[in-house]
Every structure is written in C-alpha cells, then in structure tokens.
Design a binder for this molecule. Structure first.
Ligand code: ADP
Ligand code: ASP
Ligand code: MG
Length: 404
C-alpha cells in the first residue's frame, strides 16, 4: 500500500464534469489499496476572476485582503471534490490550509510554508477518510490567511507529501508531463521521461509554469519524487527525481520563457560602497523579489546604472521604491520597461560542455533578437529580450539545440 498525494490543477477541476472525473480517478486509486491525500486548485479562471474583482475596486488591492479573497477559489473546489468522492461511496472530507496546520510567513500573496502539522491529516486517514485539501493557502502567526503565489497549489501538495513522507506526489495537469519547452508554443516539443530536481527547479523558476518552483525546492530538499501527468488520460508522465548518469549526458534539456517580467534601471547612481545594499534593502523591505541584476560602472563618470528585473505584478511597487531611493542617492532617475521577457536554456550537461552560451547568443543574433541582460548559473543561461520576440526566441532555440 502506497501513500500518494495527488494534486489536481485548475483545468482538471474546471467544472462539475471534471470534478466528477477527478473523483473517479481518486476512487480507482483507493480501490487499488492506496492511501490518498488530494490537493486541489481553484477552477480554471477562478483566481483571475477574483483578482479582476479586486482591481475593479482599487488599483492597489491590499495584499491581506487579496489573500483571503483568492484563497476562496480553492475552498470551493475542495468541498465539491469531497462531495463527489462521497457520492462514489468513499469517506472524504475537505480541509482548508488552516485546518491542516499549514503555517507560513507573513509575506502576503507570496508566502512561504514554514511548517505543517501532519496530525490532522494522519487522524483523518486513520478513520478511513480521503482528505481533500484546498491548495495555495496557509495562515501566518496572526492567523491571517496567506497565499503561496500564483501556481502555489503544487507547493501545498509537495509540502504535504514531504510532511507525511508520502511515496510520491502526483501532479495532475492539462499536459502529459514536462516537455523540452511549453508544448503550447512549440507543438514539436518532446515529453521527458524524467528530469532532475535541479533542472526542473531552473525551468520552473524561469517560466515553465507546469510546476511552481517552490514545490520543486521542497521536493529536492525532502527527496519527494514528483510525477507530472495528465488528468485527461493515462499516459505515463514525467518523473522529477535525483540526477543520474543519463541526465548528465544531455547538454540542454529544456527552453523556457517568462513574459511576466519588468526591467527597472536606476540611472547615474554614484559609484560608492554601500549603494547596492541601500537599493536592494529598500526593495526587499517592500517585499519585492528581485531576479536578475546588472550593474555597469563607467570609469569616466564614476557613476553607474543599476538594472534589475522584477515580476510584473511588483513593477508599480518597484517603481515607487526605486524613485524614492533614486532621490535619496541623488541618482539621475528611474526607467521602467514592462515589455521584456526572459528566455533561458537549461541543462545539467552544460557543466561539462563548452560553447553553450556562445551558441545561444549567436542563434538569437541570427534571428535579429537584441539581448538586454544576461545571467548564468552552472546549468542555465538566461537572456532578457523584448517580449514581442519571446516566442520566436523559444522556437529558434528549441530547434537550434535539437530538442525536437
Ligand atoms: P495547472 O492548472 O494544472 O496547475 P498550469 O497551467 O499551471 O496547470 O501548468 C500547465 C501548463 O504549463 C501547460 O498547459 C503548459 O502550457 C505550460 N508549460 C510551460 N512550460 C512547460 C513545459 N516545459 N512542459 C509542460 N508544460 C509547460
Ligand atoms: N489558483 C491559484 C492560481 O491560479 C493556485 C494554483 O492554481 O496553483 O494561481
Ligand atoms: Mg499550475
């Protein structure tokens, strides 16, 4: 008998027909003798709809209120799914994040899970109950509801799998697994049988939204195997697991694009010690996560431009904070470019192969795509480009690195 956490994403619970189909899948797994915990997302489009309601009231919705609002989407599907499972003759109960003791920090709208009290789920399972947990949410130290960031139900599922030492965490979605790139952009993308935690973490944080990047971090830390598969058929899916020899031999395993980026530049900052710390402390005090950073000192003017990228949802806040800091530092001003995207190539084999970066830059240049920023790690190379060329870049890189 295996303990399996199954997470169903928005399209998998998009309507009552789909919720009943999920219940059938859960029932089949329970009949095989498995112990199952279900985690559900909100119905497809529901979170966007709730966000829009808030933006129709105010330009800057307070983040505490946003969290309570958005958490309701997952509550709806958890209770409906529990009812559908009961209809098939099984004992099932729905739970909110709070009810299963998911404690997070207080960064509203992108909270991090700090702990999970496994006892409530363990007690339920001892009574033969199939728990259905509302994904994407927890509570902070003040008992206020928090959410884990868009796509965060994956993280709820993996964190529960880690806390209960489940054998596997199955992520059911609307594609058959993890592909060499988004199969909706490149129809010839290839499904991977398996991928290492490190590569998946890079792909996820670089825009491959098939998994929430925090979920992969949890899986890697607590050694939880993740199986990504479709809730619409029985295809075998992709296993996300520890790196092995076969994986190291593949130079590039995937290409990702993130269009949810903005680039901020603080112009003409004096070149003195402590300036970068001042800028980035101010941004972090406002709960803004920074991605790429580029600083270029001009030896002639003794001043520097500091450019960085933030997610689009933070760009207004980042602009206000940067303008304040710019004033304090007597810099020359701030520019904001919201029409940018980050394209990246990822592969564990990059560590032992040379020339990958050169090839990426050449491929983009042959396509007439201008590179604004570059960042690298051992297993990835990312370039910031104009958003209007993001899909061309993905297609041409996917082809050039022979991923079809
Ligand atoms: P869910 O609602 O089930 O959580 P998401 O929409 O969050 O599903 O994630 C699945 C989507 O991720 C797919 O429909 C696909 O368009 C997109 N995607 C992006 N990159 C990849 C990739 N490399 N492999 C598979 N899917 C990807
Ligand atoms: N419903 C949330 C979202 O749309 C969380 C999730 O689906 O994982 O982002
Ligand atoms: Mg998702």
């Amino acid at each position: 008998m295996a303990l399996i956490v199954q997470k169903y994403g928005g399209t998998s619970v998009a309507d009552i027909v789909r919720i009943k189909a999920v219940a059938e899948r859960v029932a089949a797994s329970a009949r095989e003798g498995n112990q199952i915990i279900i985690v559900v997302s909100a119905m497809a489009g529901e979170t966007n709809k709730l966000e829009k309601f808030a933006h129709d009231i105010t330009e800057n919705p307070p983040e505490r209120e946003m969290d309570l609002l958005l958490s309701s989407g997952e509550r709806i599907t958890s209770s409906l799914t529990a009812m559908a499972i009961q209809e098939l003759g099984f004992n099932s109960k729905s739970f909110t994040g709070r009810q299963v003791g998911i404690r997070t920090d207080s960064s509203h709208t992108k909270a991090m899970i700090e702990s999970i009290d496994a006892s409530r789920l363990e007690d339920a399972m001892k009574e033969g109950v199939i728990p259905v947990v509302a994904g994407f949410q927890g509570i902070n130290e003040f008992s206020d509801v928090t959410t884990l960031g868009r796509g965060g139900s994956d993280t709820t599922a993996v964190a529960i799998a880690a806390a209960l030492k489940a054998d596997v965490c199955e992520i059911y979605t609307d594609v058959e697994g993890v592909y060499t790139t988004d199969p909706r952009i490149v129809p010839t993308a290839r499904k991977l049988d398996k991928i290492s935690y490190d590569e998946m973490l890079e792909l996820a944080s670089l825009g491959a939204k098939v998994l929430h990047s925090r979920s992969v971090e949890f899986a890697r830390k607590f050694d939880v195997p993740i199986l990504v598969r479709s809730s619409f058929n029985d295809a075998p899916g992709t296993l996300v697991t520890k790196e092995d020899k076969d994986m190291e031999e593949v130079v590039i395993s995937g290409v990702a694009a993130d269009k949810n980026q903005s680039r901020v530049t603080i112009l003409g900052v004096p070149d003195k010690p402590g300036i970068a710390a001042k800028v980035f402390n101010a941004l972090s005090d406002s709960n803004i996560a920074i991605d790429m950073i580029v600083q270029n000192v001009s030896s002639e003017t003794q001043s520097t431009d500091i450019s960085f990228t933030v997610s689009k949802s933070d760009s207004k806040k980042a602009s206000v904070v940067s303008n304040n800091v710019s004033g304090e530092l007597e810099a020359k001003g701030v520019t904001m470019d919201e029409d940018v995207a980050k394209v990246s190539v990822v592969g564990a084999g990059m560590q032992s192969h040379v020339g990958v970066a050169a090839k990426m830059f050449e491929v983009l240049s042959n396509e007439g795509i201008n590179i604004m920023m570059i960042s690298t790690s051992e297993i990835k190379i990312s370039c910031v480009i104009n958003v209007s060329r993001a899909e061309d870049a993905v297609k041409t890189l996917h082809k050039a690195f022979e991923l079809e």
